[in-house]
Design a protein around this ligand. Structure first.
Ligand SMILES: O=C(O)CCC(=O)C(=O)O
Ligand SMILES: [Fe+2]
Length: 427
């Protein structure tokens, strides 16, 4: 079945893609599973897909032999998510934090910021902005979202739409022009790049201060020897672009992915604000394999963890996130309408596009397109190594080339070429 799948052909969007070659986009797999099991909800299909390492065939077989179909008839609602309490050991009424564990094939739900910091590569701040500010930002972006477009990709030679819309905002006219002419996302250039809005501008310094504080706290409290990670930038995080997603209704979602590091560099940090309808953000660790059979512990390490993102929350995705974890926003069984946003959720990811990662320094492949930066996630051999490859073949109707080059970075995440750190010109 896999051989019929085409890799994602997203066009005109900075939306990140999956960074492992063995993963087809989850949206595509869900479409396929749904067509075979139309009576089973997306949530359950997703859980089965995850439990079978993303194999549509195996998930489908397991669904056939499971009692999910009967459960639907009986109760009308299915799914086998588990609550936090089921992971607690000892006193069932007071779960021991350290013992919380994700399990393969089920989902650990986290609401408490302390649990999020402890068990995921993220931290969350609830009630982040003054309420009036959050509402003003939400209203402004709901208006912008009216003209957002869906991301499209190719399925069986047809271009199909991803189930949410998005827009990309940069700080200046110069950046807009540069984004349209120099930057490539999935092999294409963007046409819809917008100037940052007044409310996004107002909120930016608040996000910047909070994210930098969270980064320092994370380093002190969680990283080995209280030191930043290898390849993590020692410089302050300064967001200069915002990627905004709109999820209209319970079914809108984004599939499992890691964010592209091409212009952010290694060990990127991202500040993500949620507004409007509360939705679930899921993360799962990517455990590298070396061809041996996986242990149960490995499988459990890949279990999903769900972080609940209410209106006016800031989620910081820390430096360990993109290289070692994947994330998604799952379709919901139901949602609580928001007084301003109705059924919509707005998500803003503030990003720090690094000057040293500007496409003028990016290797170009035989197609003359600046390459995409990826990291080895699945294979134990070369795990964590970065590489540049061609992504021109992601454009519908185009073939890519076989360009491949290992990418080297110094301890602070600066590109190293021929043994020397790249010196870049300041704008
Ligand atoms: O909507 C969200 O919370 C996450 C969006 C996301 O993962 C992305 O834009 O890369
Ligand atoms: Fe993402």
């Amino acid at each position: 079945m896999k051989s019929f799948l085409t890799r994602p052909k997203r066009k005109l969007s900075p939306e990140p893609t999956s960074v492992t070659d063995d993963d087809e986009p989850t949206e595509v797999k869900l479409v396929l599973l749904s067509s075979v099991h139309p009576d089973i909800d997306q949530e359950t299909l997703l859980d089965f897909l995850l439990a079978h390492d993303g194999s549509v065939d195996h998930a489908s077989e397991a669904l056939k032999s499971s009692n999910c179909h009967q459960d639907v008839k009986k109760s009308g609602v299915i799914g086998h998510q588990q609550s936090l309490r089921q992971y607690a050991t000892g006193d069932a009424t007071s779960p021991t934090k350290k013992k919380l564990k994700s399990k393969k094939g089920s989902t650990l739900h986290l609401f408490d910021p302390e649990d999020v910091a402890e068990h995921t590569p993220c931290t969350i701040i609830h009630n982040f902005l003054p309420p009036e500010e959050a509402n003003a930002l939400l209203k402004e972006l709901l208006h912008e979202a009216d003209s957002f477009e869906k991301i499209t990709f190719k399925l069986f030679d047809n271009v199909v739409s991803s189930p949410h819309t998005s827009g990309f905002f940069v700080e200046s006219y110069e950046d807009m022009m540069s984004q349209k002419s120099e930057y490539y996302y999935n092999g294409s250039q963007l046409t819809d790049v917008r100037r940052i809005t007044p409310e996004l501008t107002k909120v930016k310094p608040i996000v910047q201060a909070a994210v930098n504080k969270e980064i320092q706290h994370r380093i002190k409290t969680r990283y080995p020897n209280g030191k930043k990670l290898k390849h993590q930038s020692p410089n302050a995080w300064v967001p200069n672009s915002a990627f905004v997603n709109c999820y209209n209704g319970a079914q809108q979602s984004v599939g499992w992915h890691s964010d592209q590091l091409t212009y952010l560099g290694p060990r990127a940090v991202i500040g993500s604000i949620s507004l409007g309808v509360a939705r679930e953000f899921r993360v799962r660790r990517v455990v590298p394999k070396d061809g041996d059979t996986k242990s149960a512990e490995d499988s459990d390490a890949e279990g999903q963890i769900s972080i609940h993102l209410p209106h006016n929350s800031l989620l910081v995705m820390h430096a360990e996130m993109q290289e070692e974890w994947k994330h998604c926003v799952t379709p919901a069984l139901s949602i609580d309408p928001h007084p301003i946003a109705g059924n919509k959720r707005i998500n803003i990811t503030y990003r720090d596009y690094r000057q040293r990662m500007h496409p003028k320094y990016t290797p170009r492949c035989a197609c003359k397109v600046p390459c995409v930066l990826r990291v080895v996630q699945r294979k134990k051999e070369n795990f964590g190594k970065y590489f540049w490859m061609c992504h021109a073949g992601n454009v519908p109707g185009k073939e890519g080339c076989s360009f491949f080059q290992w990418a080297e970075f110094d301890d602070d995440g600066n590109p190293v070429v021929n043994g020397s750190t790249v010196r870049y010109s300041q704008r």
